[in-house]
Design a protein around this ligand. Structure first.
Ligand SMILES: Nc1ncnc2c1ncn2[C@@H]1O[C@H](COP(=O)(O)OP(=O)(O)OP(=O)(O)O)[C@@H](O)[C@H]1O
Ligand SMILES: [Mg+2]
Length: 272
């Protein structure tokens, strides 16, 4: 099971949209996907399933007190399995403060899951808080959606600082799946320039696929489906299908290389 944290502390950049629509597009490719909602706003949970009143408290308890995450998995109509959350997940943040090594607990909870899924995707909150750090510690890959606006560029430094610190101190196997330009308004010079700057700064780490701004993508959350199901022939579906393909290609290249490097030279992998 490959674990992917979708994270960027800037709000409203397309994290949840990416997490849900990528998951749904992977389902269309006949992969099995578990989405774990780590944002107490519960946006992915609300998008995909009926709200369970105690979802956030149950998730916090499972992580903090060694409960079973598997018991919290619910099937959703669009085929993505979900560990839901809501505002009660705030208790995780409060209790974690007095728990030494709390950022390791999610990884332990994930390790106890049955090997039932090809991918596990974490939808992270718009903050570099303990939930985001825990997701990076528990993941194999970080995927960073970036809204294509100039003011989105500078804040990226902080998520990449966190990525480097987690890689150095807590999770040497963490890799960058990619930087994803999201909400791209076709034909605007501003968006094209921002995408260019992303490519100058992050090179090949930027996905070739960009996610265009589309009304249907914005509407999909109200219909309980990823955009590939909600509007199968539209722009959003085309973009997320392309992303799922590119994402799987990248992982297919990266995974054997990672295993080989690890075998030959564990230090080189550990310090990236
Ligand atoms: N490609 C797109 N086209 C149109 N609307 C989009 C697109 N991507 C995201 N949106 C809309 O932008 C808003 C923010 O997106 P989303 O919730 O995915 O961001 P987020 O980074 O998860 O936000 P938060 O930081 O609050 O968790 C939502 O209303 C969503 O529907
Ligand atoms: Mg979100």
């Amino acid at each position: 099971m490959q674990k992917i944290a979708v994270a960027n502390h800037k709000g409203g950049v397309g994290k949840t949209t990416t997490a849900v629509c990528l998951a749904a597009a992977l389902i269309e490719r006949e992969r099995s996907v578990l989405l774990v909602d780590l944002d107490e706003q519960g946006s992915a949970s609300e998008w995909l399933a009926n709200q369970r009143e105690r979802a956030g408290a149950e998730l916090a308890a499972a992580i903090l007190h060694g409960g079973s995450l598997a018991d919290l998995v619910q099937e959703t109509p669009c085929g993505v399995d979900l560990v839901a959350t809501n505002e009660l997940f705030h208790s995780f943040h409060v209790e974690a403060q007095s728990e030494p090594g709390a950022e390791q607990l999610l990884r332990e909870a994930i390790r106890a899951l049955p090997p039932r899924w090809d991918y596990l995707i974490f939808d992270c909150p718009p903050s570099l808080n303990i939930a985001t750090v825990s997701a990076l510690v528990a993941s194999d890959y970080l995927l960073v959606p970036v809204e294509t606006k100039f003011l989105s560029l500078r804040p990226l430094a902080r998520i990449f600082q966190l990525f480097a610190s987690v890689q150095r101190r807590l999770n040497p196997d963490l890799r960058l799946a990619g930087v994803l330009a999201s909400k791209v308004r076709g034909g605007t010079r501003h968006c094209a320039e921002v995408v260019d700057r992303l490519r100058q700064r992050f090179g090949e780490a930027v996905f070739k696929t960009v996610i265009r701004d589309s009304i249907r993508v914005g509407e999909a959350p109200g219909h309980g489906k990823g955009v590939t199901l909600y509007d199968p022939g539209g722009l959003g579906a085309t973009d997320f299908r392309a992303l799922a393909g590119e994402f799987e290609e990248r992982l297919a290249e990266e995974v054997p290389a990672k295993a080989r490097l690890k075998k030959e030279n564990p230090r080189r992998v550990a310090h990236g």
